[in-house]
Design a protein around this ligand. Sequence first.
Ligand code: ZN
Length: 291
Amino acid sequence: MIKSENRKSLLFLIGILLFILLVFSFISWRNKELNILEVSFLDVGQGDATLISYLGKYQVLIDGGPSGKRLLQELGKQMPTMDKKIEIVILTHPDFDHLAGLIDVARSYEIGIFLDNGQKADTEIFKELENVLAKEEIKKNLLFEGSRISIGRYLNFEIFNPDEISGNKKNRNENSIVLKMVFGNNTFLFTGDATSKVEGDMINKLIDLDVDWLKIGHHGSKHSSSQEFLEKTSPRFAIISVGAKNGYKHPATEVIERIKKQKITLFRTDKLGTIEVFCRVPTKECATKNN
Ligand SMILES: [Zn+2]
């Protein structure tokens, strides 16, 4: 028979051991999170919204899609619980299908900084966005060719378009912010709704467009993704963010054909829903659950 004193110290010892076990499993869980990058092409219907989450702490949201309700639902699934801050929000250009969802984001999340190309749109929805950004006192700045963003040592962004501040071109798509994201050996190109003209300009400037992952421009419109651009970017994987049975008939058959011709693996949000790409460490290739 164990004396009651001994039993107490035995229970105390077991308690201590359990506590140590708990601490170690928490540390190893934390370590698993370390250096993980997730790129989620959110299923927001006919529009664009991409969430980049780094180390489970830092988020970059590129565009917000056409609906706040839908975007908040998607963010709810992707954002770490308790994390109510998105460090960087980028609006590629002020079109409805890219900006509307950002209004509710600005109301519901803390935004570290809001970055756009400086172009203003004469629409009610754009005014609403401007008002909410002002009301929430969100810091703003501009992105243009040559701008760079770094988050830590391994995550870097370089901006290729537009080439002038405040978007002098009338065509909003031509002013789309185009940015390359580099995570170690992995590269992604986000093109907004950039047209083939913008693609041609970037090729002529001898910009290093070679990437592993390409978000296809303008939801797969035939006015983007020229054969030459697909050759120069030479992605292994491409993503089209598009709504099922949309009125624009995006993506265009000819774009799908060009993608096939280049033997690029294609993922579409209208077929697969949100497409999540995981990058474990900078030296290893990113992968998606969908392939
Ligand atoms: Zn668009």
